[in-house]
Design a protein. Structure first.
Length: 450
């Protein structure tokens, strides 16, 4: 059998791959694996569950709660809240683990189940494997006083909002912001916290009906936010995705400010405040080379990881680093969160506008993005991408031509038979020419044999 857990939990078409039966069995298995310490002490484990507003989250959440309670876990239902809110609440309540029902930026028909360990930490691969293995074993069925109870976590959102406000270095008075909540999990709490922080708030994409999450709105569809910022003369716009663990921004002229630019602004601000551990930012290999060049000039180094927030988190934990993230806008503040938090990121970014009196456009000039092009080469043997001599020679020649002003990255897809060819250069003409030439080499050298 193929592995159920992907890079971000178990995700798929609701009622297709992701059925109520699967949700129930995963919850029962997770109860044993993540709650065994408490069970060994003769106590019932405690778990927090939250979801985004997808319609399918209602039946999947009910199945998860039933599975947990039937396996002897007391369940605290936090309702519709962002993924980072769940992670915070696990630690704040002192719960043993948590479960998030969400498919993040995916369309409404999809859904997912993601588990967090004690303290709101993401699971290691070994723990996920243990949950999958536990599904094949006899189900743990306590009776009588051993069964779990399910209760509403009544003040869950209030706790999260208070936590977010406590992270602000200064208020947001005088800042006009447009929030695009993607008709997702932040539709309630994001406008509340920005208003409480003193900002003037205009809200779009905050009318979830269970079916419209990420539908033409949010961080993957910034067009409406760009238009709203210009229409309202706002200082900036903030776009969340469906579960609000990421954030992209728009400046007052309607230009998108991506995760790399946001990290550059915040890394410099933290360094100047003496709060950037070892003057290091953790970022993935997909971050624009312009980020590395800009931060080097500011006396900040980058610790590179593989693509995926879990690898960023791992490097941050190992080095005790303060800030990390991805180009997609998944930014992690280790002092305040155990995972990416789009509302927190937006608040910290807006705080820099309020503190400095500078526009987001001006702040974003801390880095210059190099032109970047990526081509997905399909139908090839991705496993030979790093070992084929012809491909290796072509990459070496391209990198020699680019020198210090650009770079080449070949990355096999984790889920499909394709190789991603990415080139950055001083101008788009050069980036396009080199990327297309490399893609042609990859296609001819790695073609699958019929």
């Amino acid at each position: 059998m193929s592995r159920l857990f992907g890079t971000d939990g178990v995700r798929g078409l609701a009622n297709g791959l992701l059925t109520a039966e699967l949700a129930l069995s995963l919850a029962q298995a997770a109860a044993v694996v993540l709650g065994h310490d408490r069970m060994a002490e003769g106590q019932r484990p405690r778990a927090v569950i939250a979801r985004d507003p997808r319609a399918s989250g209602e039946f999947i959440g009910a199945a998860v709660e039933a599975g947990l309670a039937s396996a002897g876990v007391d369940v605290y239902d936090a309702g519709v809240l962002p993924t980072p809110a769940l992670a915070f609440l696990i630690a704040d309540l002192g719960a043993d683990f948590g479960v998030m029902i969400s498919a993040s930026h995916n369309p409404a028909p999809d859904n997912g189940i993601k588990f967090f360990a004690r303290g709101g930490q993401k699971l290691d691969d070994e723990i996920e494997d243990a949950i999958e293995a536990q599904r094949e074993r006899e189900i743990f069925r306590p009776v009588g006083v051993g069964v779990g109870r399910i209760q509403r976590f009544a003040d869950a959102e209030d706790r999260y909002v208070v936590h977010l406000l406590s992270t602000l270095p200064n208020r947001l008075d005088g800042v006009r912001v447009v929030l695009d909540c993607a008709n997702g999990a932040a539709s309630g709490c994001s406008p509340e916290v920005f208003k409480s922080a003193g900002a003037e708030v205009i809200v779009i994409g905050a009318e979830p009906d269970g079916l419209n999450i990420n539908d033409g709105v949010g961080s993957t569809h910034p067009g409406q936010l760009q238009a709203a910022v210009l229409r309202h003369g706002a200082d900036l716009g903030i776009a969340h995705d469906g579960d609000a663990d990421r954030c992209l921004a728009v400046d007052h002229e309607g230009a998108v400010v991506d995760g790399d630019q946001i990290m550059a602004i915040l890394a410099v601000a933290l360094k100047n405040a003496g709060r950037l551990k070892d003057d290091v930012l953790v970022a993935t290999v997909m971050s624009n080379l312009g980020l590395k060049i800009a931060l080097r000039a500011a006396g900040i180094s980058i610790r590179e990881t593989a693509v995926g927030d879990r690898y960023v988190l791992e490097a941050m934990r190992e080095g005790g680093f303060t800030l990390g993230g991805e180009q997609s806008g998944h930014v992690i503040f280790a002092d305040h969160a155990t995972t990416g938090d789009g509302v927190l990121t937006g608040l910290q970014l807006a705080a820099q506008l309020a503190r400095t009196g500078r526009s987001l456009k001006e702040l974003a000039t801390v880095m210059t993005k190099l032109p970047q092009l990526m081509i997905n080469v399909k139908g090839v043997d991705k496993h030979r991408a790093q070992t084929d001599e012809g491909v290796g020679a072509a990459v070496a020649l391209a990198q020699l031509e680019l020198g210090q002003s650009g770079r080449v990255l070949l990355r096999p897809s984790g889920t499909e038979a394709l190789v991603r060819v990415m080139v950055e250069a001083g101008d788009m003409v050069t980036a396009t020419r080199i990327c297309e030439d490399l893609a042609a080499v990859v296609e001819s050298r790695l073609a699958l044999q019929s």
